[in-house]
Design a protein around this ligand. Structure first.
Ligand code: TRH
Length: 378
């Protein structure tokens, strides 16, 4: 089954297209799958797929066919496999083209909650069609995590090479931070995070910090902390022990490199969360805000899964930091306590990265799962 369609609806932010584009690339590059990616909003997608021409309805980028999915789209044929990303609802006109032997997968959102194992690979019927539910996850009983085959190795090379580090920072017009006492930190979060409190804790701590902030919707909050109305990529700001560098919004590949170059990464949502794990550096994850505090349940489930084997004080410090970040109540002592445990967390994260990287990745699991469905082995 070599012809796949992926449908991506951009709800908000970059996670939907970030995951779909990454999956499409990996299926094409590592599994020789012929992918057609249907996207409902090329303008937002262009932020992640810089080569996209928003005037074209159908185009090839990186060997992948990208097509506009809107009210004017007409479908002539369904692919052998169709991936409906995050329950985005396939268009009726496409559904009518599907036959029982087409394989229809709903790729779900990632969660570390224990119920995921029981729901992964279940299905539901719609007439004579079957919709299969594929859940990403952190255990072998789930669909796994998106991971290109060389990403962990590439990140390790960066982490151990001063040359690669200085090449990266030079490319961003930034000096290499040669002072081993200064911590490099990347910051990507939702604007409701307690950004001002965090920057204040960083500035006033005894540890020198270089903080790298790609351009996203948090810039007004960062600007306000420094008493400015407006900041932009290329700006460097300083307050006490904090040096902050505003970066452009990076390509996915450069964002991966930034994470590998930093000592601590603040990440959010779904895709950057997993990239932080492959970077093998301590990270603080901010889950996507949901009603009834569901995101806090997701956070707790992840902290339970990821840090259960971590030594006591470091475990408490990272849990406290995550909870403070997610519930908007950072204090200087939470941050200081986290920094005091950073070496333990560094060693622990490297171990967890290699444990998770020893499991099969999501794209490979998906290909195997679909082959089994095709041969009626499930
Ligand atoms: O943008 P997000 O908040 O996406 C969210 C989540 O996926 C959430 O689960 C979903 O419900 C919601 O979207 C609709 O965060 P995420 O998932 O980390 O996606 C960000 C993408 O942007 C990721 O692919 C990394 C990429 N990125 C860059 O390519 N360059 C950058 O400079 C930065 C900061 C991010």
């Amino acid at each position: 089954m070599r012809r796949w369609d992926i449908f991506c609806k951009i709800v908000d932010n970059f996670g939907d297209i970030g995951v779909c584009w990454r999956l499409a690339k990996q299926l094409e590059h590592e599994h020789a799958i012929n992918v057609r990616l249907w996207i409902d909003d090329l303008n937002i997608a262009r932020q992640l797929i810089a080569a996209l021409d928003t005037a074209q309805r159908v185009q090839r980028v990186d060997n992948i066919t990208i097509a506009v999915w809107d009210a004017d789209t007409s479908f002539d044929q369904a692919a052998e496999v169709v991936i409906e990303a995050f329950g985005c609802d396939l268009p009726e006109s496409y559904l009518t083209l599907l036959q029982p032997d087409n394989i229809w997968i709903n790729l779900e959102y990632l969660s570390a909650e224990p119920w995921v194992e029981g729901f992964h690979a279940r299905n539901s019927k719609r007439g004579d069609l079957t919709r299969h539910f594929f859940f990403p996850g952190f255990t072998r009983a789930t669909g796994g995590l998106l991971r290109e085959h060389d990403i962990v190795k590439n990140n390790q090379k960066i982490a151990s090479s001063k040359q690669l580090q200085s090449d990266f920072f030079r490319q961003l017009n930034l000096p290499l931070n040669d002072d081993s006492a200064t911590l490099n930190i990347s910051l990507f979060s939702y604007p409701h995070a307690p950004i001002s409190d965090l920057l204040s804790a960083m500035a006033d701590s005894s540890t020198k910090i270089s903080c790298y902030v790609p351009t996203t919707s948090i810039l007004p909050k960062v600007a306000a902390f420094f008493g400015k109305e407006f900041i932009t990529a290329g700006d460097h700001l300083r307050h006490n022990n904090l040096n902050l560098h505003v970066l452009p919004f990076l390509s996915q590949a450069d964002y991966d490199k930034l994470l590998a170059n930093c000592d601590v990464n603040f990440v959010r949502g779904e895709d950057s969360w997993i990239r932080a794990i492959w970077a093998g550096k301590p990270f603080i994850w901010q889950p996507y805000l949901q009603t009834e505090d569901t995101h806090l349940l997701k956070l707790k489930a992840f902290l339970d899964v990821f840090y259960s084997g971590c030594e006591g004080a470091a475990q408490q410090a990272t849990i406290a930091m995550h909870n403070a970040w997610a519930s908007q109540q950072i204090t200087a002592s939470t941050w200081q306590d986290y920094l005091s445990n950073i070496n333990t967390l560094k060693t622990f994260t490297v171990q967890q990265t290699s444990a998770l990287a020893s499991q099969p990745d999501l794209a490979t699991n998906l290909v195997i799962y679909i082959e089994k469905l095709h041969h009626n082995k499930i």
